[in-house]
Design a protein around this ligand. Structure first.
Ligand SMILES: C[S@@+](CC[C@H](N)C(=O)[O-])C[C@H]1O[C@@H](n2cnc3c(N)ncnc32)[C@H](O)[C@@H]1O
Length: 232
C-alpha cells in the first residue's frame, strides 16, 4: 500500500542482504510494518506489527476482503472522504484513510492530480489487488514494538520513524529503540534496521543515495538510506 516512508524502492537492494541470513522457517518480524511494502516481498512465517490501529485494519482489509473495497471514484467520492474524516462509521475507514490520501498520509487530504483526471480510488484498488495475494498468511498485530511477542530466533527488520521526522505529540524515543535492538540481538534474534544514522555500536552494511521528487514547491530531496546491524 502506498505509504509515507515506504521502503518499496529500496526493497530490491536490502532484501537479498537480509534474506541471505534467514534460516528456513525462521520468522520474519516487522515491528514497524507501515504499508507492508517490504513484508509483501518475503515468504514463509511472517508477522507485521504497527502501533497505528487504522493501518493494521487497512492491511487486514487488503489481505482478507480486497474485493469488497471501493473500485472507482464514482463509488467512493471526495464527499465520502470528507464524511470519513468526521465519522468512524465506514467499515473500511483504515484503508480509505490511507489509500485515498495525499502521499499515503493518514487522512492527509483527498488525493488528486493537478488536472483532476486520475482516479486514485481505482489505482489504489489495482495496487490492493496486486498486494493481497502477497499478504496471505501474514500475521498482522496492532502493538507497539515494545510489547511485541517475538518467537525465539527470529529475523527482525525495523523501519522505525526516522529521527527528526515525527511530530512532537507522537514523539518516538530513539534511545529506547536502539536499546531494544541491542536487547533483541542479545536474546538471539537477528536484527536489521533501516535509517539515516545509528549509534556507534551498530554497523552500516549497505547504503545508497535516494532522490525523491517532491512537489514543485519543495523540490527534490536527497538522502542516504542505510541498513544497520548490531555489531555485538
Ligand atoms: C517509516 S514507517 C514504516 C514504513 C514501511 N516499512 C513501508 O515500507 O511501508 C514507520 C512506522 O512505524 C510506526 N510506529 C511508530 N511508532 C511505533 C511504535 N512505538 N511501535 C510500533 N510501530 C510504530 C508508524 O505508525 C509507521 O507506520
Amino acid at each position: 500500500m502506498k505509504y509515507m516512508g515506504s521502503k518499496n524502492r529500496i526493497a530490491k537492494h536490502i532484501l537479498p542482504i537480509m534474506l541471505a541470513e534467514r534460516e528456513t522457517k525462521q520468522w520474519w518480524i516487522e515491528p514497524f510494518v507501515g504499508g507492508a511494502n517490504m513484508i509483501d516481498k518475503v515468504t514463509g512465517n511472517r508477522m507485521g506489527a504497527d502501533i497505528n490501529p487504522y493501518l493494521i485494519e487497512a492491511l487486514i482489509a487488503i489481505r482478507d476482503c480486497v474485493s469488497d473495497l471501493p473500485k472507482t471514484n464514482k463509488e467512493f467520492t471526495e464527499d465520502c472522504y470528507k464524511q470519513l474524516i468526521k465519522s468512524d462509521d465506514y467499515k473500511y475507514k483504515g484503508y480509505a484513510g490511507f489509500a485515498f490520501s495525499y502521499g499515503g498520509k493518514w487522512l492527509g487530504g483527498w488525493r488528486r492530480d493537478r488536472l483532476g483526471k486520475r482516479d486514485y480510488v481505482a489505482e489504489s484498488y489495482k495496487n490492493a489487488l496486486k498486494q493481497s495475494p502477497l499478504l496471505q498468511g501474514v500475521r498482522f498485530v496492532k502493538e507497539s514494538y515494545l510489547d511485541l511477542q517475538i518467537p525465539d530466533n527470529s529475523l527482525i527488520y525495523c523501519d522505525p520513524p526516522y529521527e527528526g521526522t515525527t511530530k512532537y505529540k507522537d514523539r518516538f524515543d530513539h534511545a529506547d529503540f536502539w536499546q531494544w535492538c541491542r536487547d533483541k540481538a542479545k536474546e538471539g534474534h537477528t536484527v536489521f534496521i533501516s535509517g539515516y544514522n545509528a549509534p556507534d555500536d551498530f554497523e552500516c552494511i549497505w547504503q545508497k543515495e535516494i532522490v525523491s521528487s517532491l512537489t514543485k514547491n519543495t523540490g527534490e530531496k536527497r538522502a542516504v538510506e542505510k541498513l544497520f546491524r548490531y555489531k555485538a
